[in-house]
Design a protein around this ligand. Structure first.
Ligand code: NG6
Ligand code: CA
Length: 500
């Protein structure tokens, strides 16, 4: 409940359960591949992120905040559905022509908010599939975020490095011209179309290191084949500005209605995922190459959207959640100097591993929650996962929606409780690890200990790994052999949660 006379003018409304609650606007800012150590508030890397830091300093900054997964699609699935992604066998990195992964009949976070009176929008990276398979990009797309509770959507279908390199607004590709249809395939190229392999001279901006050698757009080779749709193809260097403009326009158009409705905006940043092509003003600014520059651009986006809230007088009654979908990676498939220019920066912070990894840096991400009218500044060590936003936000707005996996940690989120989850299942490429209290168990898995393409540790080992994350956050001491009873207890607990 709200404290007496909270000084915010947040909207009050009667919920579907007949309760009176105070409902703030809700903004989720979700970065793509931003590491724990990429945010200077965590005090670990070399990049300065003043805007993200300011947000974190004004609310609760979590030191044990997690994405469910070490890659994008599964983490986003968990964020929007409150369900562990490993329960869905299709929850893996999706191609750009994948069908919508979420059943339109399920209750999503935007669904529950819409039901409680919110105007809902998503702007940015989607990567949860569209349509029902074989999407015709030249017609209205049948299944989009608009079928999952979003009133408005302006998205890229998958990733910056996957075709189609276009934006989809609500149900339509933006900017198509009649007579030049957009064709997409992940199976075979279109006859006569160039690729990075047949026409390497087209790679004027970036060359591929691994993968990424199919259609070339803007001098950058991509994953997947694409033909036509020329007038609709995005310019990578304008992507951040485009998304920011759409995000602020969503807020403006909502305010213009003057109907007192709160809004929910899921603002999914494109940075610092590959290909890293920040806007001109950020080029060379970090000294760490395009990856560092892209982090600075992400921070700028955060600053701009916060400025927008301030100008609109919404700062005090907007709950802002900032996090990232998975941990960091330097070389994710392009020669972009990320490794060469990284210097002493530590995107993974004090942790081992990174994107794709079961080790800590795969899923331990920057995670902060601010709501100046309501939340006091604090640092919380409570164990919390993006998965929990579903039930916690449901509870905040007076919805009874809940899932088995998502825990209502509203008090923790708002900094009135230090109690987090008792345990959490983490996922990387379909493999699971289990955290309980300060202990982390990685069961034995076949596979290489290092992902050679991206040069990051995978966490895979033929022997079980047991770490005490409190005394050993860097996962240097595997205690599986020296603490057999603890190992057995963790194995038992994990089995209880995950099943066989
Ligand atoms: C991988 C890509 C990688 C990135 C990732 C998705 C190759 C070799 N690698 O398959 O570059 O696109 O998928 O990243 O193609 S995520 O953040 O959206 O999960
Ligand atoms: Ca990602």
């Amino acid at each position: 409940m709200l404290g007496p006379l909270a000084f915010v003018a947040a909207s009050c409304h009667t919920t579907t359960t007949g309760q009176d609650v105070t409902t703030p606007n809700i903004l989720i800012i979700y970065a793509d591949d931003l590491g724990y150590g990429d945010v200077s508030a965590y005090g670990q890397g070399q990049i300065q992120t003043p805007n993200i830091d300011k947000l974190a300093a004004s609310g609760v900054r979590f030191t044990n905040g997690y994405a469910t997964s070490a890659t994008c699609t599964p983490s986003r699935l968990a964020l929007l559905t409150g369900t562990y992604p490993w329960r869905n066998e299709n929850a893996k990195i999706l191609p750009g022509d994948a069908p919508l992964l979420i059943d339109t009949a399920s209750v999503t976070l935007p669904d529950l908010l819409k039901k409680e009176g919110y105007a809902t929008g998503v702007v940015g990276k989607w990567h949860l599939g569209l349509g029902s398979g074989n999407v015709d990009w030249n017609r209205a797309i049948a299944k989009t975020p608009n079928d999952l509770g979003f009133d408005y959507s302006y998205i890229m279908a998958a990733t910056n490095d996957r075709v189609p390199t276009v934006f989809v607004e609500n149900r339509n590709v933006v900017g198509l011209t009649a007579g030049d249809p957009l064709l997409v395939s992940y199976e075979k190229n279109f006859p006569g179309e160039p690729t990075a392999v047949t026409n390497p001279e087209l790679m004027t901006r970036m060359k591929w290191h691994h993968g990424h050698n199919q259609s070339v757009h803007n001098g950058i080779p991509r994953i997947g084949y694409m033909k036509g749709g020329k007038s609709a193809l995005w310019k990578d260097e304008l992507m951040a500005e485009t998304f920011l403009a759409k995000a602020t326009a969503f807020i403006d158009s909502h305010l213009a209605k003057k109907n007192g409705q709160p809004f929910f905006l899921y603002y999914a940043l494109n940075q610092p995922h590959v290909p890293r092509v920040p806007g001109a003003r950020f080029v060379g600014k970090s000294g760490l190459g395009p990856r560092g520059d892209a982090v600075l651009e992400a921070d700028w986006c955060v600053g701009e959207i916060m400025k927008k809230l301030k100008e609109a007088g919404l700062t005090n009654n907007t709950l802002v959640i900032f996090s990232s979908d998975n941990g960091p990676v330097l070389n994710d498939g392009y020669y972009d100097d990320a490794v060469e220019k990284n210097g002493t920066h530590t995107p993974w912070g004090q942790f081992r591993g990174g994107k794709y990894s079961l080790l800590e840096a795969g899923t331990r991400v920057p995670f902060s929650v601010s709501w100046p009218g309501r939340i006091k500044a604090a640092v919380s060590d409570a164990l919390i996962c993006q998965l929990d936003l579903f039930s916690s936000i449901a509870s905040l707005v007076g919805s009874t929606a809940s899932t088995t996996d998502s825990q209502n940690l509203l008090g923790t989120l708002l900094g009135t409780s230090e109690t987090g989850r008792a345990n959490l299942v983490l996922e990387a490429s379909g493999r699971l690890a289990f955290r309980s209290g300060n202990w982390l168990l990685i069961p034995p898995y076949p596979g290489k200990p290092v992902n050679e393409q991206v040069q990051l540790e995978t966490g895979l080992s033929p022997s079980p790994q047991l770490y005490n994350l409190r005394s050993d956050p860097g996962q240097q001491k595997n205690l599986a052999q020296s603490l057999p009873d603890k190992l057995t207890e963790m194995q038992k607990q994990m089995k209880q949660v995950v099943g066989d």
